[in-house]
Design a protein around this ligand. Structure first.
Ligand code: AQP
Length: 325
């Protein structure tokens, strides 16, 4: 039996380097391993947990599918779908909500951060986010979830729900584990917090031009003193350099930093070029795919059909065991 994999990205905007390195790279790695059966969704329903614009959501969810395809996800190997087109996610989340306490959800750091970010949008949907995420994963009985480290508290909730359901109703949910990548936490270009779609100035989009990337990398705050502690913007610079630069070049810049001979602009421009070189094939492929709307629509409808088939089996089991069938 193949191990199952589930992942998703909210349709809140265009993908950035954090999403790519923390999630999409892991998604591609598992797609290419015949031991895994992968389900990758656009988490369009999770998008409404924070303020959103319906017209933008409609467009953004298609853009994420195009991003997935351009990044190398292959619908012949994996199931790509919109979460909202498989309503079994919502039904299972409702059953799961009966084994989760309100206090447990209120104490999650991710919930507290979002309430701080959007104090006027402290909704039931936001509080329920981790329960719906547990349902996304467990509906497919996924063993692995390629997501960034910021999602770890939500995975812990999914494991707790799996344990409780198995204990109370004798279901057979696995306890899902995060599939980590080297880029599991990409810091903000501002030097504080993580790279995030909703924090202006924090991110590099996968569709940015070389000029835009150079400008953004040059804006990373670096103190004039080289050789000090590697924190803030300098840390961001070195984390990205370790991922994108060839090993020897990265080491050379690191040595220069220690020797206090580093010129930041040289490191920044080498890094900008290396990031662009990695993104260029993605960008070329993206414009080809984006022009074929009929193909994109077919991928989405096939995906919903395939995901529903698996979803129905799990839902039937849960309903039977809960006395609802
Ligand atoms: N900075 C990051 N480093 C590594 N991984 C990251 N991810 C997000 N930011 C980083 C991973 O990307 C996947 C998709 O995330 P999401 O779309 O669910 O939304 P998010 O985590 O809410 O991403 P953002 O950019 O921070 O969006 P906003 O600002 O809208 O909330 C997940 O696997 C996540 O771990």
């Amino acid at each position: 039996m193949k191990k199952r994999v589930l992942s998703g990205i909210r349709a809140t905007g265009r993908l950035h380097l954090g999403n790519y390195l923390g999630a999409v790279k892991g998604m591609i790695k598992l797609q290419n391993d015949p031991l895994y059966e992968c389900f990758y969704m656009v988490a369009d329903a999770h998008t409404i947990t924070t303020p959103f614009n319906p017209n933008e959501l409609k467009q953004n969810r298609i853009e994420i599918i195009v991003d997935y395809l351009a990044a190398g996800l292959d619908p012949q190997k994996v199931t790509l779908f919109f979460q909202s087109q498989v309503p079994q996610h919502f039904e299972l989340a409702y059953y799961f909500s009966s084994v989760v306490s309100i206090a447990r959800m209120q104490h999650l750091p991710t919930y507290k951060e979002k309430v701080k970010q959007y104090p006027n949008a402290n909704t039931m949907a936001l509080l329920n986010y981790p329960v719906l995420m547990a349902s996304d994963i467990l509906l497919y009985k996924a063993d692995f979830v390629p997501v960034g480290i910021d999602q770890e508290p939500h995975l812990e909730v999914a494991r707790e729900i799996a344990r409780k359901m198995n204990q109370i109703y004798k279901t057979s949910f696995p306890e899902p584990q995060r599939f980590a990548t080297q880029g599991e936490y990409i810091p903000s270009l501002k030097g504080e917090g993580k790279m995030s779609k909703s924090v202006e100035g924090s991110y590099i989009n996968l569709t940015d031009s070389l000029d835009e990337i150079r400008k953004k990398i040059r804006s990373i705050p670096t103190s004039t003193d080289v050789g000090g502690p590697i924190i803030g913007g300098i840390k961001t610079l070195f984390i990205l350099s370790e991922i994108f630069l060839p090993k020897d070049l990265y080491q050379e810049f690191k040595n220069k930093y220690r020797d206090k001979t580093l010129k930041y602009v040289e490191l920044k421009d080498a890094l900008a070029q290396a990031i662009y070189d990695e993104l260029k094939p993605f960008q070329e492929k993206r414009s080809q795919i984006a022009s074929d709307l009929a193909y994109i629509e077919k991928v989405i409808s096939n995906g919903a059909y395939k995901a529903s088939e698996v979803a129905n089996i799990t839902l039937k089991e849960v309903k039977e065991k809960m006395g609802l069938f």
